[in-house]
Write a protein that binds this ligand. Structure first.
Ligand SMILES: *[C@@H]1O[C@H](CO)[C@@H](O)[C@H](O)[C@H]1NC(C)=O
Ligand SMILES: *[C@@H]1O[C@H](CO)[C@@H](O)[C@H](O)[C@H]1NC(C)=O
Ligand SMILES: *[C@@H]1O[C@H](CO)[C@@H](O)[C@H](O)[C@H]1NC(C)=O
Ligand SMILES: *[C@@H]1O[C@H](CO)[C@@H](O)[C@H](O)[C@H]1NC(C)=O
Ligand SMILES: *[C@@H]1O[C@H](CO)[C@@H](O)[C@H](O)[C@H]1NC(C)=O
Ligand SMILES: *[C@@H]1O[C@H](CO)[C@@H](O)[C@H](O)[C@H]1NC(C)=O
Length: 455
C-alpha cells in the first residue's frame, strides 16, 4: 500500500467524524498575513440549540442548516483587520452573552481570509466585497421570510464600515448597527457613502475608544459614546515597551466595554455633551431632556433610547471608566457654596464610607473656583457605588506648597447621586452645612438630609 493510500485510510474516518464537529473561525498566522490572503466569507451560526458549537452556513441554501430559523432576530458580528491572522479573543464571550440575552441567531462573519494581510489597503478594498457578499446573503434571508428590522449588525473596527455598506444597500432599513471603535485609517474624512453613517440603519450606536490611532474621531451614528474621551483608555499601556498590547489595548477596549453591557455587569450612564472637557467640568449632568428614563445607558441597551435619540439626529455622550471590569463608575454632582472673602482656587477630594467600604474621587482635571455665595458645581466620579453612605471625608488643596495654608469656608456642600436621578428616594442628596476645610487636612463628617434652600 502506498504511503498516500495509507494516509487516506487513516484520515478517512477522521474526516467523517469532523462533519459532526464544530465549525470554527479560520485560524491563520503571520505567515499568511505576509503573503496575503484572498477573501473568503465564512458564516458561523450559533443559537441556543448550538451555543458553543458553531455551524457553517451555506450562502446559497439557507434551509441546509435546520438550526437557522430566519424568523428569529439575527445578530451579525463582523470583525476588523487581523494583521496576525489569529481568531479574535472575544468570539466565545460575545456569542454566549448575546444568546444569554435573547433567543436569536448569532452569525459570526469570519472574513479572516481577506482581513489577514499586512497590506491594510488591500484589506480596505475587501470591506466592500465582504459587504456585497453579506448583502446577497441577507437578500436570501429576506426571500426566506426574515425581516430587515430584526437584523442587528455589530461591527468591530473595519467591520463597522462593512456593516454601514450593507445597511446602505438596504436604504437604512436594517434594525440596528452597533459600531465598536470604527476604523479611522482610510475612512476619516470620507463622505458618508464611503463609511458608516446614521442613515445606514434605523438605529446606529457607536463607541469610540481609540480615536487618536486606529479609531474614528467624528460621530458616525445616532449616538456616539466616547468613554474616557474616546482616545486613551485607563489601564492601557502608554509606551511601546509594553509590546503588542500597546497597539490594540485602546481599540479592543470597545469590545470589552460592550460585552459588559450585554451581560449587564454594570449599567453605565452616558452624559450627552458637546465635549469631554465640558463633561468633566460638570456642565452636562442634567438628564431632564431624557425624562423619565434619564440619560442613555451605554451599550447594548442604548436601543431603549432610540425613540428619543433618532429625532435628535446625532448625540455625543461621555463617561469615564475604571481600568478593568467592572468598568462602571458612579457619578455624583457636588454643589459647593462658600463664604471666603477672597475667591479660592483648588482641588477637592471626596471619600464616601459606608462602614465596610470606602471609595474616593479626586476632582483635579483642573483647578476649581470657589467664589463667595456662588454655587460651584462639580462632577465627582467614584470607582464603585457605595450603598448607604454613612460618612464623608473631604479635603481641599491648592497644590501650591509655597503659600501659607488656606481655608475653604463652606456654607453648604451637597452630593447628588447622578446615575439614579429617576429614583430620588434610593439616593437622597447628602448635605453638610457650615464646615471649614483646612488646606490638605481631611475633614470627616456624617452627612445629613438636605434642606430645601435657595442655594
Ligand atoms: C460569498 O462568499 C462565499 C465564500 O467566500 C462564496 O461561496 C459565496 O458565493 C459568496 N456569495 C456571493 C453572492 O458572491
Ligand atoms: C438545500 O438543503 C436541503 C437540506 O440539506 C436539501 O434538502 C435541499 O435539496 C437543498 N436545496 C438545494 C437547492 O440545494
Ligand atoms: C422559528 O422561530 C419562530 C419564532 O421564534 C417559531 O415560532 C417557529 O416555531 C420556529 N420554527 C422552527 C422550525 O423551529
Ligand atoms: C460580563 O462581561 C465582562 C466583560 O467580558 C466579564 O468580565 C464579566 O465576567 C462578565 N460577567 C458575567 C456575569 O458573565
Ligand atoms: C435632524 O435632521 C433633519 C433632516 O436633516 C432636520 O430637518 C432636523 O431639524 C434635525 N433635527 C435636529 C434636532 O437637529
Ligand atoms: C457598603 O457598600 C457596598 C457596595 O455597595 C455594599 O456591598 C455593602 O453591603 C455596604 N455595606 C454596608 C454596611 O452598608
Amino acid at each position: 500500500m502506498s504511503f498516500w493510500r495509507c494516509l487516506a485510510l487513516l484520515l478517512g474516518p477522521v474526516a467523517i467524524y469532523r462533519a459532526h464537529e464544530c465549525d470554527v473561525f479560520t485560524d491563520l498566522d503571520l505567515h499568511h498575513s505576509i503573503i496575503g490572503t484572498s477573501l473568503y466569507v465564512k458564516l458561523l451560526l450559533y443559537t441556543r440549540a448550538n451555543l458553543i458549537c458553531g455551524q457553517e452556513l451555506s450562502h446559497h441554501n439557507l434551509s441546509a442548516q435546520p438550526q437557522f430559523n430566519v424568523t428569529k432576530p439575527t445578530t451579525f458580528i463582523v470583525h476588523g483587520y487581523r494583521p496576525t491572522g489569529s481568531p479574535p479573543v472575544w468570539i466565545h464571550d460575545i456569542t454566549q452573552q448575546l444568546l444569554a440575552r435573547g433567543d436569536m441567531n448569532v452569525l459570526l462573519v469570519d472574513w479572516n481570509r481577506g482581513a489577514a494581510n499586512v497590506n491594510y489597503l488591500k484589506v480596505v478594498t475587501y470591506t466592500h466585497d465582504t459587504a456585497d457578499n453579506l448583502t446577497a446573503f441577507i437578500e436570501s434571508m429576506q426571500e426566506n421570510g426574515a425581516s430587515l428590522s430584526s437584523i442587528h449588525m455589530i461591527g468591530i473596527s473595519l467591520g463597522a464600515h462593512i456593516s454601514g455598506f450593507v445597511g446602505a444597500k438596504f436604504n437604512g432599513k436594517i434594525g440596528r448597527i452597533t459600531a465598536l471603535d470604527p476604523a479611522g485609517p482610510m475612512f476619516t474624512g470620507k463622505p458618508p457613502e464611503d463609511r458608516l453613517d446614521p442613515t445606514d440603519a434605523q438605529f446606529v450606536d457607536v463607541v469610540h475608544t481609540d480615536m487618536d490611532a486606529f479609531g474614528f474621531r467624528k460621530p458616525l451614528g445616532h449616538i456616539d459614546f466616547y468613554p474616557n474621551g474616546g482616545a486613551d483608555q485607563p489601564g492601557c499601556p502608554k509606551t511601546i515597551f509594553s509590546g503588542s498590547s500597546y497597539f490594540k489595548c485602546d481599540h479592543q477596549r470597545s469590545v470589552f466595554l460592550y460585552l459588559g453591557s450585554i451581560n449587564r455587569t454594570c449599567n453605565i450612564r452616558a452624559f450627552p455633551c458637546s465635549s469631554y472637557t465640558d463633561f468633566l467640568d460638570g456642565h452636562c449632568m442634567d438628564c431632564d431632556q431624557f425624562k423619565p428614563a434619564g440619560c442613555p445607558v451605554f451599550g447594548y441597551d442604548s436601543i431603549e433610547w432610540k425613540d428619543t435619540l433618532v429625532p435628535l439626529n446625532q448625540t455625543k455622550a461621555f463617561f469615564t471608566t475604571n481600568k478593568q471590569t467592572p468598568f462602571c463608575r458612579t457619578n455624583y454632582r457636588v454643589d459647593v457654596v462658600t463664604w471666603n472673602h477672597d475667591t479660592r482656587w483648588g482641588f477637592i477630594t471626596i471619600k464616601l464610607h459606608n462602614g465596610s467600604e470606602v471609595t474616593e474621587a479626586t476632582i483635579n482635571h483642573k483647578t476649581s473656583r470657589f467664589e463667595k455665595y456662588t454655587e460651584t458645581r462639580l462632577l465627582a466620579q467614584f470607582d464603585k457605588d457605595i450603598q448607604k453612605v454613612y460618612k464623608i471625608s473631604i479635603k481641599f488643596s491648592t497644590g501650591n506648597a509655597l503659600q501659607p495654608k488656606l481655608k475653604l469656608r463652606v456654607l453648604r456642600i451637597r452630593l447628588t447621586h447622578l446615575d439614579d436621578q429617576c429614583h430620588p428616594l434610593t439616593h437622597r442628596p447628602l448635605c453638610r452645612y457650615d464646615v471649614i476645610l483646612e488646606e490638605n487636612k481631611e475633614l470627616t463628617f456624617r452627612p445629613i438630609p438636605c434642606e430645601e434652600s435657595n442655594f
